[in-house]
Design a protein. Structure first.
Length: 579
C-alpha cells in the first residue's frame, strides 16, 4: 500500500476524514470470534476502515443494510478455470455474482498444451477482471512421463515465474511417486517454491502411512483428493490443509464433513477443482459448497470460515478473508445465512455484481501464445483398428460420480484378429491420439460403463496432456469425430451414422471457448441432450467430464494415454490382453 493511500485509510478509520461508503446497520459475520454483531461498516479506497461511531463525518455514500448480512468474499482454494470451457474473463463474470471474490487457480490444463505461455496468458487475462485471481505454477507438465503433452515445464521454468506477485507457489504435485522416491527433478521444483517461501499444493489420492509421511515431509501443504473422513484426519494430523471439493464430477463435501470437527476445522478449505458451466449456473460456485454444508448441519459461520479466513491463512493472503479493519473490502450482502444468496457483491469496495448479474462485463484479451494445436500425423480410419488375439482382456471400469476407475476383465468378440463391438456388452473402444507434435502415437483400450450405442464422442479436453480422446462402438463414427475435432481446432464433437450431430469449438488451446459462459452453457446443454437421447449414455455419469478424465494417469486405477494402457496402482503400462 502506498503512503498516501495508507494515510487516507487511517484518516477514515479514525474519523478525521469521511469514508467513501458506509454500510449501515448490518449483521456482520465475524469469522475470528465465530459470531455475528450489528454495526455500520466503513470503506475507504477499497479498504475496510472499521465500524465507526456517531461522531464520524458523513460518508460520500450510505447503503442501508438493515436486516441483512455482510459476509466476507468467498475464496476458491483450488480451481482449474479451463474446466469451465470458458475464457478467464467469462469465468470471472459467471462466478463473481455467486460471491466468489478470490480464486487460487492452477493452469496446468493450458500449460500442458502451451507451456509457460499458458500461465502468462492466464495472468494477463485476469489482470483487469473484478475476480481476484492468483495462480500456482503447474508442477507436473507433463503429468507423468507416460504420455506426450504439448510442453514441458521444468524447475528453471518455474523459477522464472515464481516471484510474480500473483503466483502463490507450486501447483498440485500429482507425481506423488516422484516425491516419495525422491526424483531429482521433482525435488528441484519443490525447492524452487520453498526457496522463496511459497506454498506447494498436493495431490495424494489413497496415499497413507509411511508414504503419506514422506509426501508431507517434502513440505507439501494441501490436498484436495480426500475421499473419506479418515483420509482428511490423517492429512490434518500431518499439518496439511484439506480441501473439501465440490465439482461437476468429484463431489466430496458431504462425505468429508463427517471428519470435520471443532478441533480441526481451521485446516479445512473449500474448492471446486473442475466445474462445468451447467454446474456453475445451476448450483453456484463456492457458495454451493457453503450452502450444502449448512444443509448438512454445519454452523453457517463455520462454513463461511472454511470458505474465507481459512483459505486466506493457508495461502498467506493476509489482506482478505474477513470483515475487519485493514482488509480488502471484498464481501457479499445476503438476506440470510441458512441459504446464502448474494444480493450484492463488492470487490475492492466497488459494486461488481447485483442480483446474480455482473455489473460490468469483463473485457476479454486476445489469446496470444495459446492457439489450439491439432498436429495429428497420418490419421486414417484404419489407425483405429484394435488388433488382439486373446478375447480375455483388461477393461477400464468407470465408477459413476467421480474420476476413479477400477481394473476390470472381460471376454470380448474378435473377428479376423480385430475387436468388434458386441451389442450385448457395454464395452466400447477408447482411443487417445497425440495432437501436439505429430508423433503419430495412438493409445487404444476398452472401457465399460459408459453406455453409448451407435456412435462416437470425442474431445480435446483430456486431462492432463489434452490429446484427443474418443470413445465409440464403431470406427467410422470415431474417425469422423477425430477429423471434426481437427477441423474446428479442438473442443467437443459427436458423430452418429457417419455424420457429425453436434460440436463445440474451443479455439483457446483446444480447452476453452471464446464465448460467454451462458453461451457455452447453452451449447453444452444441447450436447448433453444429444449424449443421453441419441447415444443412451448412462445418466449417472457426465458424458464429457467423465471422458476427459479417462486419460489422466495419476488417478487410479486404469487409465489410457497416447502411449498405452496405464495401471496407476503400479505406475506402469500394462497389456490389454490377459495371458
Amino acid at each position: 500500500m502506498e503512503l498516501n493511500k495508507l494515510r487516507s485509510v487511517l484518516d477514515s478509520a479514525s474519523g478525521r476524514s469521511p469514508a467513501d461508503i458506509v454500510f449501515k446497520n448490518a449483521y456482520i459475520v465475524d469469522v475470528f470470534n465465530k459470531e455475528i454483531f450489528i454495526s455500520d461498516l466503513y470503506v475507504k479506497d477499497g479498504i475496510i476502515t472499521g465500524f465507526g461511531d456517531e461522531n464520524f463525518p458523513s460518508p460520500r455514500e450510505i447503503i442501508d443494510c438493515s436486516g441483512k448480512y455482510i459476509v466476507p468474499g468467498f475464496i476458491d482454494s483450488h480451481v482449474h478455470i479451463e474446466s469451465s470451457h470458458s475464457s478467464p474473463s467469462a469465468f470471472s463474470d459467471a462466478i463473481v455474482p455467486q460471491g466468489t471474490t478470490t480464486i487460487i487457480a492452477d493452469p496446468h490444463e493450458i500449460c500442458n498444451v502451451s507451456g509457460i505461455s499458458g500461465l502468462d496468458y492466464m495472468l494477463e487475462a485476469t489482470e483487469n477482471t473484478p475476480l481476484q485471481a492468483f495462480f500456482m505454477i503447474p508442477s507436473c507438465v507433463p503429468a507423468t512421463s507416460s504420455e506426450h503433452s504439448g510442453a514441458i515445464i521444468d524447475a528453471n521454468s518455474i523459477a522464472s515465474r515464481i516471484n510474480h506477485e500473483r503466483v502463490l507457489g507450486l501447483g498440485e504435485m500429482m507425481n506423488y511417486p516422484g516425491v516419495i522416491w525422491g526424483d531429482e527433478e521433482v525435488l528441484k521444483k519443490i525447492l524452487v517454491a520453498k526457496g522463496v517461501k511459497k506454498i506447494v499444493d498436493g495431490h495424494s489420492p489413497g496415499i497413507e502411512k509411511g508414504e503419506l509421511d514422506a509426501y508431507s515431509s517434502s513440505g507439501i501443504l494441501t490436498d484436495h483428493e480426500c475421499e473419506t473422513p479418515s483420509e482428511l484426519v490423517q492429512r490434518i494430523k500431518r499439518g496439511m490443509y484439506v480441501m473439501l471439493r465440490q465439482g461437476s464430477a468429484c463431489k466430496n463435501v458431504i462425505p468429508l464433513l463427517k471428519g470435520v470437527t471443532k478441533s480441526n476445522i481451521e485446516y479445512c478449505l473449500f474448492c471446486t477443482d473442475d466445474k462445468q458451466p451447467e454446474s456453475i449456473l445451476k448450483e453456484g460456485h463456492i457458495n454451493y459448497n457453503v450452502n450444502i454444508s449448512i444443509d448438512a448441519g454445519m454452523n453457517p459461520i463455520d462454513a463461511i470460515a472454511i470458505a474465507t479466513i481459512n483459505a486466506a491463512k493457508c495461502y498467506n493472503l493476509k489482506d482478505r478473508g474477513a470483515i475487519a479493519p485493514g482488509r480488502r473490502a471484498d464481501f457479499l450482502i445476503t438476506k440470510g445465512l441458512e441459504k446464502i444468496i448474494p444480493e450484492k457483491v463488492y470487490i475492492g469496495g466497488s459494486l461488481v455484481a447485483e442480483n446474480g448479474k455482473i455489473v460490468e462485463p469483463s473485457i476479454a484479451i486476445e489469446p496470444k501464445g495459446v492457439a489450439s494445436v491439432m498436429d495429428v500425423k497420418n490419421f486414417t480410419k484404419a489407425s483405429l483398428a484394435l488388433n488382439i488375439k486373446n478375447p480375455h482382456v483388461r477393461v477400464i471400469d468407470i465408477i459413476p460420480g467421480g474420476v476413479l476407475t477400477k481394473k476390470g476383465e472381460a471376454h470380448v468378440t474378435i473377428e479376423h484378429g480385430v475387436w468388434v463391438h458386441n451389442n450385448h456388452q457395454d464395452i466400447l473402444k477408447l482411443v487417445v491420439i497425440e495432437r501436439h507434435h505429430g508423433t503419430g502415437y495412438i493409445g487404444k483400450a476398452l472401457i465399460r460403463g459408459y453406455g453409448l450405442t451407435h456412435g462416437a464422442v470425442g474431445t480435446t479436453i483430456a486431462h492432463d496432456s489434452h490429446n484427443i480422446i474418443v470413445i465409440g462402438d464403431n470406427d467410422e463414427d470415431m474417425s469422423i469425430v477425430v477429423n471434426s475435432l481437427i477441423s474446428i481446432g479442438g473442443g467437443i464433437s459427436m458423430a452418429k451414422n457417419g455424420k457429425v450431430i453436434g460440436s463445440l469449438a474451443h479455439p483457446i488451446a483446444g480447452l476453452m471457448s471464446d464465448k460467454s459462459l451462458p453461451e457455452v452453457h447453452s451449447s453444452m446443454v444441447k450436447l448433453h441432450t444429444l449424449a443421453f437421447e441419441e447415444f443412451n449414455i448412462h445418466k449417472n455419469i457426465d458424458p464429457f467430464m467423465t471422458l476427459s478424465f479417462m486419460a489422466l494417469p495419476v488417478i487410479p486405477e486404469l487409465k489410457l494415454t497416447d502411449m498405452g494402457l496405464f495401471d496407476v496402482t503400479t505406475f506402469s503400462f500394462t497389456e490389454l490382453e490377459i495371458e
